[in-house]
Design a protein around this ligand. Structure first.
Ligand SMILES: *Cc1c(COP(=O)(O)O)cnc(C)c1O
Ligand SMILES: [Zn+2]
Length: 413
């Protein structure tokens, strides 16, 4: 095995088992690879010859046997977004589009593929999670194809399509009266007492490694090169620091060269503990009570908030919090310029990118990647009455022509 677990704070090393907190200092455990063992086994060519999924980076993912699931997860498009770039007044812009991740249309299919494989390897009989929606969808889906018993816990006020997106796989679906932070607290106790494998609690160290693949793919898809800026939404804080970790590992292994990009954090004003901490110079974010339509990133107490702050600061990044109207505006802008329909979390990222460019935190002539992490079809209700209205006509050509004439008279082409 070329990986172990290591305490993020006191650096004590543990064998790679079902552990998630350090028994000396209660710090979070992380996977640590032996890069000298990995180096001879990985090259640009070996990766390029691998499967078109996250498992092309298997040498840098913490599993011991064969991948069990996620055989089509990851390797999502990196879209060159010239029309959006023009609207934002920048030279080089890309969208890393996990709204089309297989099988549940969010970035969570990456982290769950790794956590589920590890859950099987470690012998867990129940696969579970505490979720704001997308994670529950992914955990329930991957558990179904693995034939694992599954329990997912969500706040009871989620969007209907997000609830159905879990219930269709028939997990035990527990809707808790409370917000995500309440759900998470309950799940920590359940994990302890029932011994279930929670993707983002006792399997969190493995789960987090899956998020590195988002960064690996950006670098590979740019032609083995790093962008200058990345703008990433933050909820529990898994993804943002792992994109950086992915870039850093590629540099260590000689797969890419050059400076690490600035990583910028995006949140909704209604739940922006990370942005607040960046603005105020805090070492740890202060928990808040979330209130925003961006429910998938409505986490007031980020498990990895400390790592997010360090990743942003150490790379010269910045943070931006955006209003509810800006979130809708961001969804519409991405749809109208690039034909990509994202959920509110993606609207947050687009609007935050616009703000960072306008504030001068991102120079207009440097390359930018924006992280689109979820699909708009799951949250279509937020656009009720916002897009182009349907024009209702009868089935005759005459009625259509009447419509065309009315439109011309109103100056609409
Ligand atoms: C989970 C999620 C995120 C980010 O979550 P982290 O916990 O910060 O990794 C971003 N966007 C969407 C759509 C999500 O579901
Ligand atoms: Zn420790």
């Amino acid at each position: 095995m070329n990986f172990s677990l290591r305490c993020h704070l006191c650096k004590t090393v543990f064998p790679a088992g079902p552990l998630w907190v350090c028994d000396r200092c209660l710090g979070p455990l992380e996977v640590a690879f032996d890069y000298d063992a990995v180096r001879p086994r990985i090259s640009r060519e070996s990766i390029a010859a691998g499967p078109k999924s996250i498992w092309r980076y298997r040498e840098l993912l913490p599993i011991t046997g064969e991948p069990q699931t996620g055989l089509h997860s990851g390797f999502t498009p990196l879209v060159r977004a010239d029309r959006l770039a023009k609207k934002l007044g920048v030279a080089e812009l890309y969208v890393k589009d996990d709204s089309v991740n297989h099988p549940t249309c969010s970035y969570k299919d990456r982290v769950v593929s790794v956590a589920a494989t590890r859950a099987v390897e470690l012998g867990f009989e129940v696969f579970a999670c505490a979720s704001t929606g997308n994670l529950a969808n992914s955990v329930a889906s991957h558990a179904a194809r693995l034939g694992l018993a599954c329990s997912v816990f969500i706040p009871d006020d989620l969007e209907p399509a997000k609830v159905i997106g879990s219930s269709v796989y028939h997990p035990r679906l527990i809707a808790v009266r409370g917000n995500y932070d309440d759900v998470n607290r309950l799940c920590t106790q359940v994990a302890d007492q029932y011994g279930w494998g929670f993707a983002n609690i006792n399997l969190r160290a493995y789960y987090a490694e899956g998020a590195k693949t988002y960064g690996f793919e950006i670098a590979e898809q740019l032609g083995w090169r790093l962008p200058r800026h990345v703008v990433c939404p933050v909820a529990g804080g898994t993804l943002l620091p792992r994109i950086l970790k992915g870039f850093d590992e590629f540099r260590r292994l000689g797969l890419v060269e050059g400076d690490l990009p600035s990583i910028h954090a995006a949140q909704a004003e209604g739940c922006s503990p990370i942005i607040h901490a960046l603005d105020e110079g805090l070492e740890f974010p202060e928990p808040v009570k979330p209130k925003t339509i961006a429910k998938s990133i409505a986490i007031g107490n980020s498990a990895d908030g400390f790592q997010v702050l360090r990743a942003v600061r150490s790379t010269g990044g910045a943070g931006a919090a955006v209003s509810e109207d800006d979130i809708i505006g961001g969804i519409q802008l991405l749809a109208e310029t690039e034909g990509i329909f994202t959920e509110p979390a993606g609207g947050v990222t687009v609007a935050a990118t616009r703000q960072l460019i306008e504030r001068g935190a991102i120079p207009r002539d440097e390359s930018i990647v924006i992280c689109i992490t979820g699909n708009g079809f799951k949250t279509a209700d937020v656009l009720e009455g916002k897009g182009a209205p349907a024009i209702h006509i009868g089935r005759s050509m005459a009625e259509f022509e009447q419509h065309v004439m009315d439109a011309a008279r109103d100056g609409v082409v």
